[in-house]
Write a protein that binds this ligand. Structure first.
Ligand SMILES: Cc1ncc(COP(=O)(O)O)c(C=O)c1O
Length: 417
């Protein structure tokens, strides 16, 4: 049997060095998975507190996936398609209708893509088309994807450094995440005075990669007010927070936005993302008369759309946003209880099943992530200095599994030097 290390060696021979984590200790190569359990190439099992960066909201190899895949195998099922902006499939139309019905009534129209970064690209282009302006405001710690066009909006310098000179960074003003709201107004005025104007403010209502950080709803409402007064669009990047993970389908249910980006869980495990917006904003795009000016061959792929629509309906029917909120609150209490006496403990925070454990030393989270593999838990390092781990399991993870994983985290913490 080929072991994890040998698989990784084979990978290194054929894959770009940057594309996969080459763990030096206890390497992990996924071989199979069910629910919130993953097995590696050597048959060892892990409790998955990551769910593929939040992608498998209903768990791995779940009943909805099995049903959709099985029913897609009949003779004439249209499961493969690559017509981007030309002839749409029924599956795409039904996916867009399902999504529109799940979103608050001010977000009525949108478009599909394949990745979170592409959803953000869609929003950034839409904002320029709708306002004619070219400036954007983002927040320190933000992660909006690594595609070249939106890279200036992602905060981390190390992601951008090799590409400087190519990026329109002079069009982006980055503000502290919980800044005085007067700073937002000032930055908008500066962009207007510079001549290129301000198209939009983009924010993750809860920052994921930066270590699960959030502002209060009052702050978000204040931000929305300023955007409205200044005629600047407000974009929520809910690629991670959306679709139930943080207790609702979108923060726009509480504080309306103009454009919303969704991804990760949207395709139920297959690649699918969306940018949705107010009709008057989305209608700034010209009518497609046979050739769109923004498309991609696989946008709206029918199998992703079928699985995505079924997954979204299941999330709603099973009231998983509510479960996520309740279980997440309990998780925070238990994590704090078990870990607060550890010398490296700093904080537990988050909302719903998007919880961050912050440690007091840079890279302590990255070390903990490595140690956790040995204890049969998959959780990812987070924070700009790798100082924490994030816990974003499937929304239907069993309580027993979740709290068993917490026990293992407590034991693994004792191995941290
Ligand atoms: C908030 C947010 N936006 C955008 C992205 C980019 O998504 P993708 O990796 O699918 O391009 C991510 C990915 O982690 C994300 O968390």
């Amino acid at each position: 049997m080929t072991n994890n290390a040998e698989w990784l060696q084979r990978l290194q021979a054929v894959e770009c060095r940057d594309s996969s984590y080459n763990a030096k200790v206890d390497p992990l190569v996924f071989a199979r998975a069910q629910g919130s359990t993953v097995w590696d190439a050597e048959g060892r099992s892990y409790i998955d507190l990551c769910a593929g960066f939040g992608v498998v909201a209903l768990g791995h190899n779940n009943e909805v996936q099995k049903r959709v895949f099985a029913s897609s195998l009949n003779d004439e099922a249209l499961v493969t398609h690559g017509m981007g902006d030309v002839y749409p499939s029924i599956a795409k139309i039904e996916m867009l209708e399902t999504l529109a019905a799940a979103l608050p009534s001010h977000l009525t129209k949108g478009g599909l893509a394949l990745s979170g970064g592409q959803a953000v690209e869609f929003a950034v282009k839409t904002a320029q088309i709708a306002t004619g302006a070219k400036g954007f405001i983002n927040f320190h710690g933000s992660y909006h994807g690594l595609d070249l066009g939106i890279l200036p909006l992602t905060s981390r310098q190390d992601f951008k450094d090799p590409f400087r000179g190519w990026l329109p960074e002079d069009r982006v003003t980055e503000l502290p995440f919980s800044c005085e709201l007067s700073l937002v107004r000032k930055a908008i005025h500066q962009q207007k005075a510079a001549g290129f104007g301000c198209a939009a403010v983009i924010i993750e209502p809860i920052q994921g990669r930066a270590g699960i950080r959030k502002n209060g709803l009052d702050w978000l409402a204040g931000l929305a007010d300023i955007c409205q007064q200044e005629k600047v669009l407000l974009i929520y990047d809910e690629v991670f927070t959306g679709l139930g993970r943080t207790g609702q389908i979108t923060f726009a249910e509480m504080v309306p936005c103009d454009l919303l980006c969704l991804g990760k869980a949207l395709g139920g495990g297959l690649p699918l993302s969306a940018c949705f917006g107010r009709a008057e904003v989305m209608d700034a795009w010209p009518q497609n008369e046979g050739e769109g000016i923004h498309t991609g061959t696989f946008f709206g792929h029918p199998l992703s759309c079928r699985l995505g629509a079924e997954t979204l309906r299941t999330i709603q029917r099973q009231k998983l946003p509510q479960r996520s909120l309740e279980l997440g609150s309990k998780l925070q209490v238990v994590l704090r209880e078990k870990l607060q006496h550890h010398p490296l403990f700093s904080d537990v925070r988050g909302q719903g099943l998007m919880v961050g454990l912050e440690l007091s030393e840079p890279l302590a989270g990255a070390r903990l992530m490595d140690i956790l593999r040995r204890h049969g838990v998959i959780a990812l390092a987070s924070g700009d200095k790798g100082q924490g781990i994030s816990i974003t399991p499937a929304l239907n993870i069993g309580e027993h599994e979740l709290f068993l994983a917490v026990e293992r985290i407590a034991i693994a913490m004792d191995d941290l030097e």
